[in-house]
Structures are given as structure tokens and as C-alpha cells.
Design a protein around this ligand. Structure first.
Ligand code: R5P
Length: 318
């Protein structure tokens, strides 16, 4: 008891100064560590446990009052993460935190952006409402903006989108001689054209038709003049892998060199990296927005996240 009291007083004396506290509840510790180290924030541990019935227990074991809080958690497999995140954020608010920001390297629930069939939930909107009620700002990397032009259409808090395009450009330039970039669909054109411009190489965009969540049809327009090039498939998300697999098979039938697959958010819902290699990919690499076997050190997005944080998100910087 005495020891606990002494420790508590020591903690209050040492950590009495208000500062920015950062933590991850799930699998984004590596990114939270980098941000803490570079920005001089204090990385804290938050206790998260489960009661026997599966309900979540959250406890902060340091003073929160007056501090700014940043939670870093990538939101793949979101359903198991979101309640603990909301409990942690709401508890910080309750304990007097000055501001609570969310860094979600991968932002989930962006693909159901319209009612495709009657009676469907537009989950992107509902999810955005949840997050906007709980957090003061949000930062993310290349969210899947398709029918929404900007996150502001559904999020009511300040949001900032960081692009992994420069990181991807550098990787492709260093690792693939004579690349031909291939984008998955029309929305990717803006993004892929930027990478192509950065590294001065040609690009093509697929004509893609999604028949169901596990079925896509694709065709690749006019690549006969680039048969000496190395195809590089660049996609924001690999989920079922069908887009990549169909494209790899199509390229194989055209007789191109085996393609390299470069992915921002490696969800790999139903497949492994080997599925793409077995389909004929020469190499599969991804950024570390989501920890996965395909992550490579040169595609570490911590740096680009930190740069993005520091130039105009004055709201969370001390
Ligand atoms: C779609 O619009 C995205 O850019 C990706 O191509 C898509 O999410 C990939 O999904 P899957 O791996 O399930 O084909």
C-alpha cells in the first residue's frame, strides 16, 4: 500500500508536466514507437484485458488529465478492435485528456460507400459517425476513396490523408528495372499516374468489373509495346487477392515478364503471399500499415506518417 502510494507520488512528480501521450492497443506498436521517438512523445502502456465473458477491461496507469492522447491502431479486422479503442478514447476524455487523436494507418469500412442493393447498410457513413463522435482528429494513409472524393464527406472531425505514393515510387525505382505500372481500376489512375510521373515510367489502368466479393473480371488495355518491361501491379488493398490473381494470370497469358506486386494495405483476408507467388508473381511486397509477411523495410511508412503529422496538424503537436 505504502509502496503504491510512493510510486503514485513519484509518478505525479515526474510526469506532472502535461505532454502528448501515445499508445497502441493492438498491432501498431512499431509505428507508435517510431512516432514517440521522433516527436518526443511519451509512449505509454494501457492495460487491456478481457473479462471471462469476453467484455473488455481498460485501465490507464498514469495521469491523463491535461494531456493530449494519440492512439495508433491500424484498423484491419476492425470489429474486434473498435470497441476497445472507443473505450480507451472515451476513458481518456473522462479522465480529463485535452485532445484525443486517432492514427489509423489502414482505415476500414471505406468500401461500402453506397447502397448497392436495397436495404444494405452504408457502413462507411455509420463508422465515420462513430469515430467522429469519439476522436478529435484522425490521420490515415491512402484510404479507399472511391465514390467519396474526400473523408470530409463522411467524417465531421479534421482528418488528414497521407499518401504512400512517394515511398512506393522510391521502392519501385530502386528494385524494378524498366517498370510498367499497372493500376487495378479507374479510381487508381490519379494515384498510379503520380507514381509513374515520380519515376518516369509508363502505366496502364485495368478495366475491372467486380462480380462479387470473391469474383472479378479484368482486362489490360494496350500493353503490347511494353513486352520488354517488368510489370508492377500497384494496389491500395489486397483483400481476397482476386484482383491481383486475375491480373497476374492475364499478364501470364499475354506472355509478359512475371509481375511484382506492390501493396499499400496488405489485408490478405483469405489468402497468403504464396497464393500470389504461385499464381505467377515474381515478388510480393507491402508497406507496414498492416503487419504482414510481405512487409519490407524500405516500405516502412512511419517516416511519411511523421512528416505528415508535423507539417500542418498543429492541433495535436505541443
Ligand atoms: C478496389 O477497388 C481496390 O483498389 C482493390 O483492388 C480491391 O480492394 C482488392 O480487393 P481483392 O483483393 O478482394 O480483389
Amino acid at each position: 500500500m505504502l509502496w503504491t502510494t510512493i510510486m503514485r507520488i513519484k509518478e505525479l512528480l515526474i510526469l506532472g508536466k502535461n505532454s502528448t501521450l501515445i499508445f497502441s492497443l493492438f498491432s501498431s506498436h512499431h509505428i507508435a514507437d517510431e512516432i514517440a521517438k521522433t516527436c518526443g512523445f511519451e509512449k505509454i502502456d494501457v492495460i487491456q484485458q478481457s473479462f471471462p465473458d469476453g467484455e473488455t477491461y481498460i485501465q490507464y496507469n498514469r495521469r491523463i488529465n491535461g494531456n493530449k492522447i494519440i492512439i495508433v491502431d491500424t484498423l484491419n479486422t476492425p470489429n474486434e478492435k473498435i470497441l476497445p479503442l472507443i473505450f480507451a478514447a472515451e476513458t481518456a476524455k473522462d479522465l480529463g485528456a485535452k485532445e484525443i487523436g486517432l492514427i489509423a494507418p489502414y482505415l476500414c469500412y471505406m468500401r461500402q460507400d453506397k447502397r448497392f442493393q436495397s436495404g444494405e447498410a452504408i457502413t462507411s457513413k455509420i463508422f465515420a459517425k462513430f469515430i467522429s463522435q469519439t476522436f478529435d482528429w484522425m490521420l490515415t494513409i491512402d484510404p479507399h476513396l472511391h465514390r467519396y472524393k474526400s473523408l470530409d464527406e463522411i467524417y465531421t472531425i479534421p482528418t488528414k490523408v497521407i499518401s504512400a505514393a512517394t515511398t512506393l515510387s522510391t521502392w519501385i525505382k530502386c528494385h524494378v528495372p524498366l517498370p510498367l505500372l499497372i493500376g487495378p481500376d479507374q479510381e487508381s489512375e490519379q494515384w498510379i499516374s503520380q507514381i509513374a510521373q515520380n519515376i518516369n515510367c509508363p502505366f496502364r489502368v485495368l478495366d475491372k468489373k467486380r462480380l462479387s466479393s470473391h469474383e472479378v473480371q479484368i482486362s489490360i488495355p494496350n500493353i503490347e509495346n511494353f513486352m520488354d518491361h517488368s510489370p508492377v501491379l500497384v494496389d491500395d488493398i489486397v483483400s481476397t487477392g482476386q484482383t491481383m490473381i486475375k491480373t497476374i494470370e492475364h499478364l501470364k497469358s499475354l506472355g509478359t515478364k512475371p509481375p511484382t506486386c506492390v501493396i499499400v494495405h496488405p489485408i490478405f483476408a483469405d489468402i497468403t503471399m504464396d497464393t500470389l507467388l504461385q499464381a505467377g508473381a515474381a515478388r510480393v511486397v507491402s508497406s507496414n500499415t498492416i503487419p504482414h509477411a510481405s512487409n519490407v523495410p524500405d516500405l516502412d511508412i512511419s517516416k511519411v506518417l511523421i512528416e505528415g503529422m508535423s507539417f500542418d496538424m498543429s492541433l495535436q503537436m505541443d
